[in-house]
Write a protein that binds this ligand. Sequence first.
Ligand code: PAF
Length: 296
Amino acid sequence: MTKPLTKDDYTPGGVTLHHDPDRLRRVTRALRAAGRNIALVPTMGALHEGHRKLIREAHVLQNTVVVVSIFVNPTQFGPNEDFERYPRTLEADVEVCREERVGLVFAPGVEDMYPAGGQVTVAPGPLGEQLEGATRPGHFAGVLTVVAKLLNIVQPNYALFGEKDYQQLTLIRRMVRDLNLPVDVVGVPTVREADGLALSSRNRYLSEDERAAATALSAALVAGAHVSGQGADAVLKAARDTLAAVPEVDLDYLELRAPDLGPAPENGDGRLLVAARVGTTRLIDNAPVLLGAGDE
Ligand code: PAF
């Protein structure tokens, strides 16, 4: 039987912080039993405008209580990546959630999420080894496993993810379909600074010069999209030339794919994806392109 909620579990109009997965599951179950929809916004914290946009989109969905999870998931970081130095700003994040009328914040510790170590994982399949997965082995197994766990804990009607991590979004959609998970995945367009830089918690690692150089990524996507009517080769050349003009940008990959990240079509919708290192910071970005649709 669903236990009645107390003010310590959930306060309408306020934000309640939870750490314990079982308790949170009881709260979201009771809210669903009371006729509310649950919208989950999974994050690793250090919340910025991009996360605010996800939360705002969650509020647009009907009759929802918004749950934001904040968990820097160790299993998606490689041994030489930034797990230790990844920003952890829980107090400020809860304040952002309060401002954005989030109902529940779920901020578990590593021991709450992986009490037994976590030997069983979700295998992302071939797409998990391409693009980001080629440079970050094991990354997407870590992401999909923690997202599956969060979905099982929160049991939301909706889960919202940014298009900024386009391969992540694509693999999560695929996992939900392949494993018959009962949730609607909602993708939300990337939020950008005025100069085009895609918002990311990792932007704070950039020095002033690196920050300026980093705009080459979004500029390359714009340059590529601008000649999309001329086909794939023209798109890739324009984007590559833009990146090559900025020596601080150490390109990892620039690829044109279909929207589901299969091979790009000759005509029609495509997705242009870029990853590069600027200083010690690895950045990614992507944009839609309409291939062969005109003769610009
Ligand atoms: O995009 C992120 O912030 C993370 O990869 C996610 C989806 C919260 C899983 O840890």
